[in-house]
Write a protein that binds this ligand. Structure first.
Ligand SMILES: NC(=O)c1ccc[n+]([C@@H]2O[C@H](COP(=O)([O-])OP(=O)(O)OC[C@H]3O[C@@H](n4cnc5c(N)ncnc54)[C@H](OP(=O)(O)O)[C@@H]3O)[C@@H](O)[C@H]2O)c1
Length: 199
């Protein structure tokens, strides 16, 4: 399994720390060339490797950590997303009419035709996400949701590997609504920094 983070800002770097902590190889990319990202990637850890966006998109699993309005640009960079898993960390505080009345992740998923699309790692501010998720007596919870339930299991396995305790919320418009921003209102679980004693 290969992993890439697209978007190397606050959330992209926070998640790169999580991979580096566990010595798992992670490619990072943005619109800038890899040379521009390499010093920061190296500073996070030796398993964090900056590549071009095109090379990063060769990974099996792509973590989307770009501003919501940029997701189409990323989607258009590949002719087909079949066989890929996309993890959507984006929050979109946009009026409902801009997302056709859908949860923002369901709207974004339409651009990644064929991909297994899972929303996750989006409910905490980046600084919390960057911190070690294993504390005395617990593992930091991350919420996972998506309309393709089968897609969630491998993402939950990754979250566990990174030290988090994944909690599956189900479909985007059901349990997933709790971690969605909708028409400028945050879902009730956003910003809730929870821990479980077991993963
Ligand atoms: N900040 C938080 O605490 C937080 C928490 C939870 C969720 N989120 C969500 O996470 C996402 C990222 O937020 P952030 O705070 O990390 O943003 P950020 O610090 O502004 O970083 C965004 C990154 O995306 C890259 N980027 C922008 N357009 C791109 C494109 N078309 N293709 C490839 N890379 C592109 C930018 O780099 P280049 O300019 O070099 O391309 C930059 O590295 C957002 O959707 C946000 O809602 C943020």
């Amino acid at each position: 399994m290969s992993y890439a983070i697209v978007g190397f800002g606050k959330v992209g770097q926070a998640l790169a720390h999580a991979f580096a902590r566990k010595n798992i190889e992670i490619t990072v990319a943005s619109r800038r060339p890899p040379e521009a990202l390499a010093p920061q990637a190296r500073a996070i850890g030796p398993t964090v490797v900056a590549k071009s966006l095109r090379d990063a998109l060769e990974a099996d699993t792509i973590i989307l950590a770009v501003p919501f309005e940029e997701h189409r640009e990323v989607a258009n960079a590949l002719p087909s997303w079949k066989g890929k898993t996309v993890i959507d960390t984006m929050n979109a505080l946009v009026p409902l009419e801009e997302v056709d009345g859908l949860p923002s992740s369901a709207f974004a998923a339409k651009a990644f035709t064929g991909a297994s699309f899972v929303k996750g790692f989006n409910h905490l501010i980046a600084a919390k996400l960057a911190a070690d998720p294993v504390v005395e007596g617990g593992h930091r919870v991350v919420f996972l949701s998506g309309d393709d339930e089968d897609a969630i299991a491998p993402v939950a396995a990754l979250a566990k590997q990174l030290g988090f305790a994944p909690v599956k919320l189900g479909k985007l418009s059901e349990g997933g609504a709790l971690v969605h921003a909708r028409d400028r209102v945050w879902g009730q679980l956003i910003f809730q920094d929870l821990f479980k004693t077991e993963q």
